[in-house]
Design a protein around this ligand. Structure first.
Ligand code: SAM
Length: 283
């Protein structure tokens, strides 16, 4: 295990590198995180010291070392239908209303983005609800493929898990009612559960950094950006929500985490209580 207490300037260099790579600012009070999460990676890299390790990460053209650092320093906590209440608003109001736009021919497709989607539970929760709405007849006349769901994350490790749609016993038990587990997952080797292809195929995953320009992603009717901005500094948060505003259609919605709110950007978004939960409507 690395011990940064002897050389605080090494910790500062690593902290700067992580902040540049993914905008997550971990101060010196998070020394234990760097030690616990990066110690093995540093040792395996063969670098003789931290400046050499960072030079190696910057120079490596495959980006593999950089990805490993990002994978290990980002927090991937997520679960199905996280926070429950806003998902009820999605199921009862928002997604049926978006469906109506398709049914009435006002739109030919509905685009939904889960920004910083971790291992996929968030965009798949949307896909599961859409499937339920279709089965219950609320999306009659709508081809489910008219809903285009994209999930992105910076972490290749979590994106790999997301694309596989395969979850451990613990992951499957977090927030997922039995109805979904019994109907949309197959029991797979290693005590895992794998989402059925019909749900998996509803979501496309991409590797993207929240620092990137989003314009190439196109315009979305609903954007989820949940439980990630809490790790960012104020200036970056402001910039992030301005850039998200650019890719949300007029009248489109932004959904934040259960404990998050957007007090800036009143020129772009209006807070709206939809069936008991707050969403942010693009002006
Ligand atoms: C705590 S999880 C939240 C997952 C999900 N949105 C939810 O609310 O359950 C945060 C995710 O943000 C991703 N992340 C952190 N910094 C990022 C960045 N700069 N660009 C894209 N994704 C990032 C992490 O890899 C992680 O998967």
């Amino acid at each position: 295990m690395f011990d940064f207490s002897k050389n605080p300037s090494d910790l500062k260099l690593l902290s700067q590198y992580v902040a540049e790579a993914c905008c997550i600012h971990l101060g010196e009070d998070k020394r234990y995180l760097f030690e616990a999460r990066l110690g093995k990676i540093i040792a395996e890299s063969g670098a003789l010291d931290i400046p050499a390790f960072i030079r190696m990460a910057k120079a490596e053209h495959t980006g593999k070392l950089r990805d490993k650092i990002i994978d290990s320093m980002t927090t991937h906590e997520t679960y199905w239908f996280r926070d429950t209440r806003p998902w009820e608003s999605l199921e009862n109001t928002i997604l049926p209303e978006l469906g109506k736009l398709l049914q009435t021919g006002k739109k030919s497709r509905i685009r939904i983005l889960s920004a910083a989607c971790s291992s996929g539970q968030e965009p798949y929760s949307i896909a599961l609800i859409l499937h339920k709405l279709k089965t219950s007849g609320l999306l009659n006349g709508v081809n489910i493929s008219s809903f285009e769901i994209t999930g992105f994350d910076i972490s290749p490790g979590t994106l790999f898990l997301a694309s596989a749609g395969r979850y451990s016993q613990l992951e499957i038990s977090r927030g997922l009612p039995d109805y979904w587990k019994n109907n949309f997952f197959d029991s797979t080797p290693g005590n895992t559960w794998t989402l059925k292809p019909e749900i998996r195929s509803m979501v496309t995953f991409k590797k993207r950094n929240l620092q990137d320009d989003f314009m190439s992603l196109g315009v979305f009717d609903l954007v989820l950006c949940r439980n990630v901005a809490i790790y960012f500094e104020e200036d970056f948060k402001k910039d992030l929500f301005s850039r998200l505003g650019q890719i949300i259609a007029p009248n489109g919605l932004l959904m934040l985490g259960g404990t998050e709110s957007l007090l800036t950007h009143k020129h772009l978004f209006a807070a709206e209580n939809i069936s008991g939960s707050y969403f942010y409507r693009r002006n």
